[in-house]
Ligand binder design. Structure first.
Ligand code: ADP
Ligand code: MG
Length: 442
């Protein structure tokens, strides 16, 4: 492989718009790997093949009110944030009929390859599946830097397909001058991935986007009958790039705004039942064959999904085998966005201080012994030495559904690489770098 000078890689990355704000809100490049990372072709294809299976599964789960309500009841008061989301679900989807039956999903299923190069599902992100624009840009960057590898670097339509999906949802709302409202976090660092989507929505489709934090919506937005309006502008689609962690819903105003959005006729990406279907506890439930068959009839689909799932346990199940080998398990809370999992001894220790009630908020997942490769990661303008890295493959998929029917589309991919000695992943969380797969035959 050609040796690429750091400055050239950095300049190209910046010129392609791979930019982020750092924690001091200063402009920096997004972390990225100097070269693409090798990834087995058949595993990549397997992950692509699983995307329609996941769409079918998640549409069924999200629309099964009895199942979702049962899980929320089981969580009870274990976790204040989820409990409050559960109340909101009750108010907007159970006690009343939802005003808008259509929901858009821009989802990403994440996988690791284990030591035997088997594809293992880590999680599916149903809200705030970040980086669709940057996913395409990092693929472009690696193709630019390594033209000799072009035939092994798959096309990556994540950017275009996400924009198309947002536009399709906007079109199905059917109001010419309505806008898309991006819900963003306070001090959002990943602003440029979002602006890239808004730019293409305008250039390709003439659709205008607004960016709002929940708290400002509490003041500026209102319902006109069911229509969501920001001042006089009607909102066709609310695209959540926030509102999935407790720090996004930090006071009554933000919760009121979240409820107003859910009760409005605007299409949500995603609506609350889908957000809730992404809970880790749902993943744990679906890993049980007797629960999976409830949602998926086809034996081949069941088998494909099950082959990718790791074993999971709830903490009220028999976990004696896990306690004997804690290093082989990961304890996960009902949280998203990286940085919350407990590994090895840390989880057995934490367990000692948890009440019975608190334990319900956690699930135990068998650890994936991930295969490593070598790469250099570029962070804050500096390239690391060649290091052992673990690469996590995400497959984007878009899914526009009205509860019964849905349109699914595979929508590109994202590879994220982290140093093998780190347990956690997550680019925004500062643990991982954008990468792209170099497809290899074993
Ligand atoms: P979230 O992104 O919502 O915080 P994840 O389930 O994706 O939660 O976990 C965060 C990171 O932890 C993953 O990106 C992955 O690097 C690592 N991880 C999660 N589950 C496992 C597992 N079973 N085995 C090994 N690593 C894991
Ligand atoms: Mg994750």
């Amino acid at each position: 492989m050609t040796s690429i000078p750091l400055n050239l890689a950095l300049d190209y990355a910046k010129s392609l718009g791979l930019l982020m704000l750092n924690s001091a809100q200063q402009l920096d490049h997004a972390p990225f790997s100097l070269a693409p990372s090798p990834f087995k072709t058949s595993a990549f294809q397997q992950a692509e093949q699983l995307a329609p299976d996941f769409s079918q599964l998640m549409v069924k789960v999200a629309n099964d009110k009895a199942f979702l309500s049962e899980i929320l009841k089981k969580l009870d008061t274990a976790d204040n944030f989820t409990q409050r989301l559960g109340k909101l679900y009750q108010q907007s989807h159970i006690d009343t009929t939802a005003t808008q039956s259509i929901s858009l999903g821009i989802w990403r299923s994440d996988y690791l390859l284990d030591q035997n190069e088997q594809l293992r599902h880590v999680e599916i992100n149903l809200i705030a599946s970040a980086f669709p624009a940057f996913a395409s840009r990092i693929s472009q960057l690696h193709t630019l830097l390594y033209p000799e590898l072009a035939s092994q670097l798959p096309d990556n339509p994540a950017y275009a397909e996400s924009v198309n999906a947002l536009a399709r949802a906007w079109q199905s709302y059917g109001v010419e001058d309505a806008v898309i409202c991006f819900i963003q976090q306070k001090a959002e660092r990943n602003r440029f991935d979002q602006l890239a989507l808004a730019t293409a929505l305008w250039q390709k489709f003439g659709i205008r986007s607004l960016f709002k934090e929940l708290e400002s919506l509490a003041n500026e937005a209102h319902l006109n009958k069911d229509k969501l309006q920001i001042k006089h502008t009607e909102v066709a689609l609310v695209y959540f790039r926030a509102a999935y962690v407790p720090s996004d819903l930090y006071n009554e105003a933000t919760w009121q705004a979240r409820l107003m959005l859910e009760q409005s006729a605007a299409i949500k990406c995603p609506s609350l039942p889908y957000q809730l279907s992404g809970m880790k506890i749902i993943q744990q439930q679906l890993s049980k064959p007797e629960i999976l068959v409830h949602f998926i009839d086809d034996k081949h689909q069941q088998q494909r999904l099950q082959n990718s799932f790791m074993p999971f346990f709830a903490l009220d199940e028999d976990i004696s085998a896990a306690l004997e080998k804690p290093e082989n398990y990961v304890l996960k809370p009902q949280r998203e966005g990286g940085g919350h999992n407990l590994y090895g001894k840390a989880w057995t220790e934490a367990l000692k201080h948890m009440s019975y009630k608190e334990k319900r908020a956690w699930i135990l997942m068998q650890r994936i012994e991930a295969k490593t490769t070598e790469n250099q990661l570029i962070m804050q303008g500096k390239a690391s030495d060649k290091h052992s890295v673990i690469s996590e493959l995400g497959i984007y998929q878009s899914c526009l559904s009205d509860g019964e029917n849905y349109q699914h589309k595979n929508a590109g991919h994202l590879l994220r690489s982290k140093f093998a000695h780190h347990q956690e992943g997550g680019i925004a969380a500062g643990f991982a770098a954008l990468d792209s797969p170099q497809l290899i035959e074993n």
